[in-house]
Ligand binder design. Structure first.
Ligand code: DGJ
Length: 761
């Protein structure tokens, strides 16, 4: 039993393999208190930790100090306007114009498995894999019910939470805030770790002390965003990859969010996650229910690496829904950085042919194939093929690509419209825009009003027709602007507070319809790179384009930060051309692949423009990825070794679950002269297993043979260096990395790739 209810003490105890989460019902009124979350404890008789025998902790016996109680007590789902001056998780506008609300325990239910949340993506599992607790709470004054839902995924050390709120009164009530999860805990020495960024610089790591008052990250852009990520972790000050306490809170939602930590006068923390209350107002008529999205909670006593591996397992097993959950991802080539809008069928087929020869498996046609889309001023919304560019249509092109032996994939941006489009001319009121206000553009486009069913229906029919008529195996679903002036011409004035959430529900509806009708299609989500990389998207699209910055060295930071919470199989990562289109930087083609291997892996350049030597290298890279794809993407555990946020070097590795194989990579930014040797300490191996370590020592493809000779660098014949060592040596003493190796690999932006295999003794 992972969920226990101790009836005598009225204690709920939720256990995963290594963690416990404890709540208790106290006092006659039935306040639900948060007792404990952290490393596993054995006893359920722990309600004494709530100190309800002390003043001011017994409101019914000590009514004089009721508000002291409310302002002190660790609440599980704190109400609003009733004496708890910390941030509330829920607020209303009732028939009297009042915002107060407060919930008390009424009943509960424990069952195997997990229910779906209507309209929302959420984690899932078989009945034997998880257990759920539903606690029914009530505000008797308002006749409002809040059901707090907890599911325990014991093996991944994850507990998910969500909330549903039902109005049982005849009068309509408006919810002005409904957070999905909150818990109170002692402040100890925790720091707040978040992932922040910008376009082309997503998910950089920030760690800050938790000060008194409120500190938060959020988005009100209508998407989970480049800028802040719907994730917050509390980490003990000394936490490393292997040691220290880490509480991770991650939101399964793609729209506006608020993740907040509040430190109060008594040095306790209130941590919460949910839909951002700004512009949110949801009216509930009698018997209507509002479903708040799911939050994922994870605790690791083994540092950040422990948190990461728990989340990776959890998302790979319980969030990525599609036939691709347990499938290796196809090695693709995408034409965006190869051609931008300037292509025709012949050019596309030339790129596809060369890619096939190199071993690529999927060709992806990016933006520019539809309507009058010859630049980004026009065409969005017109999801029918541009016959001037592609005279045989997508159906003809997809068949020709398949005849070459490649699968075919297509780019779409279904939530957007350009004013220069047939769709906008026919339906100018279908965009999100406020009466009498300027309609802000971004990339010359506007957001279609997906809060309206008829808009979603129309777009569905248009794109489903293209898919039905063609041979499409993959879709890249892009979204290239934030929402502004959030107002729907399809909703009454009193319903406008629903628009931003209804928009996201519309996106999920379209994803649901398309993944249902076309279950074989692999979806990759994208939003100007990684502005909508969130767990909810993973539910539909098992991979996400990580960033529009394809420079290998910048990508080490972006992918390192992203790896905190997302499995590497979900990170879209490509080898692109040099000079790089965003950084104007030249990096060796070997390093570009060494970074892209730790993701979905593909190419985004015209292979016809590479030298013969580079093409040979590309062929070897593809063969390498095919050989190691199962280990890297499906089976392996990810370990971060050196952080690009702390120095010139980055390193990480993947170890197979049986610890017999591994792939490790080391990357440097700028070369150093006369520098000391470095030992790279590996992780995750079996201490007593002997491994054969191989490192490809061939100089970079662009390296001039004469220079190699002059410097006495080794040539192709002895290009693979191998040696044998035990796991404990490799983890404690490390792999020696010397400077000569890095010089040969290009100096600046050089990298080394190691493969490890168990030696049978
Ligand atoms: C933004 C994406 O991130 C790019 O990869 C590309 O698909 C462009 N949009 C196309 O407009």
């Amino acid at each position: 039993m992972n969920i226990q209810f101790d009836e005598k003490n009225r204690v709920f105890k939720l256990d995963t393999e290594h963690t416990s989460y404890v709540m208790a019902v106290v006092d006659n009124e039935g306040f639900l208190g948060h007792v404990y979350y952290g490393a596993k404890i054995s006893d359920t008789d722990v309600a004494y930790l709530l100190r309800t025998d002390e003043n001011p902790m017994v409101p019914s016996k000590n009514n004089r100090d009721r508000s002291s109680f409310l302002d002190t007590f660790p609440m599980e789902y704190p109400g609003n306007g009733v004496g708890d001056y910390r941030e509330s998780v829920i607020a209303v506008l009732d028939k009297n114009g009042h915002s107060a609300v407060q919930f008390f325990y009424r009943s509960h239910q424990i069952f195997d498995g997990k229910k779906k949340i209507p309209g929302l993506p959420a984690s899932f599992a078989k009945e034997t894999e998880c257990q759920t607790l539903e606690i029914v709470t009530e505000d008797p004054v308002l006749g409002l019910e809040a059901v707090l839902v907890y599911t325990v995924f014991a093996g991944s050390d994850v507990i998910t939470r969500s909330v549903r709120v039902t109005n049982h009164e005849a009068e309509t009530i408006a919810l002005t805030k409904v957070m999905s999860a909150s818990f109170d805990m002692d402040a100890e020495d925790y720091e707040m770790l978040t992932l922040h960024g910008s376009w082309a610089r997503e998910r950089q790591i920030e760690q800050r002390p938790v000060g008194y008052g409120k500190q938060s990250v959020s988005s009100v852009r209508g998407e989970s965003s480049h800028q802040e990520h719907p994730f917050v972790a509390l980490v003990s000050k000394d936490a490393t990859e292997d040691q220290g306490k880490v509480y991770g809170v991650h939101f399964v939602y793609s729209g506006n969010f608020l993740a907040q930590v509040e430190k109060n006068q008594f040095d306790t923390l209130r941590v919460m996650m949910g839909i951002h209350p700004q512009d949110f107002c949801w009216e509930l008529k009698q018997n209507e229910t509002f479903y708040a999205p799911e939050t994922v909670l994870v605790f690791s006593g083994n540092g950040l690496g422990g948190m990461t591996r728990n989340l990776h397992d959890f998302y790979r097993s319980h969030m990525i829904r599609s036939p691709y959950k347990n499938k290796k991802r196809p090695i693709l080539i995408n034409n965006w950085e190869a051609t931008y809008f300037d292509f025709n069928e012949e050019k596309i087929l030339t790129i596809a042919k060369k890619a096939k020869e190199a071993g690529v498996e999927l060709f992806v046609l990016d933006d520019g194939w539809f309507g009058a889309r010859n630049d980004d001023y026009r065409g969005l919304g017109d999801w029918y093929v541009n016959l001037e560019k592609l005279p045989d249509g997508i159906s003809g092109l997809s068949k020709k690509v398949e005849e070459l032996g490649l699968k075919f994939g297509l780019w779409v941006e279904l939530e957007m419209v350009n004013k220069d489009s047939d769709l906008y001319r026919a339906h100018p009121d279908w965009i999100i825009s406020a009466p009498n206000r300027f309609e802000s553009h971004a990339r010359h486009q506007n957001v279609l009003d997906f809060s309206r069913n008829e808009v979603v229906d129309y777009i569905y029919e248009m794109i489903a027709k293209v898919i039905r008529e063609s041979s499409i195996s993959y879709i890249k679903w892009d979204m290239n602007r934030y929402m502004s002036e959030p107002y729907s011409k399809g909703s009454a004035p009193c319903e406008q507070g629903k628009v931003m959430h209804k928009y996201i529900l519309g996106v999920y509806d379209l994803y649901t319809r398309l993944t249902t009708e076309f279950p074989h299609i692999l979806f990759e989500s994208c939003a100007s790179g990684g502005a909508r990389f969130d767990p909810a998207m993973l539910y539909f699209a098992p991979q996400t384009w990580c960033s529009d910055d394809t420079d290998a060295s910048e990508r080490t930071k972006i992918q390192y930060g992203t790896s905190y919470v997302y499995p590497i199989v979900s990170m879209g990562s490509h080898v692109s051309a040099v000079p790089n289109h965003q950084m104007h930087r030249i990096t060796p083609i070997e390093t570009r692949a060494n970074v892209a291997y730790f993701g979905t892996f593909g190419y985004e350049l015209d292979l016809n423009l590479l030298s013969d030597a580079e093409i040979e290298t590309v062929k070897k890279q593809i063969a390498f990825m095919k050989e190691h794809r199962e280990l890297i993407q499906m089976d392996g555990d990810f370990y971060r070794l050196l952080s690009p946020f702390e120095g010139n070097e980055t390193a990480w590795m993947v170890v197979s679950s049986d610890k017999t194989q591994a792939v490790a990579a080391f990357y440097q930014r700028l070369n150093k002269v006369n520098a000391s040797w470095l030992r790279l300490k590996l992780d995750g191996l079996d201490a007593n297993t002997k491994y054969e370590v191989s490192c490809d020592m061939a100089p970079v493809t662009s390296y001039d043979a004469k220079i190699a000779e002059a410097y006495g660098h080794k040539t192709e014949e002895d290009s693979v260096k191998t040696y044998q060592a035990y796991g404990d040596e490799l983890m404690s003493a490390g792999i020696p990395i010397d400077r000569e190796e890095l010089n040969k690999k290009g100096g600046d932006f050089a990298s080394l790739l190691y493969t490890l295999k168990k030696v049978d003794e």
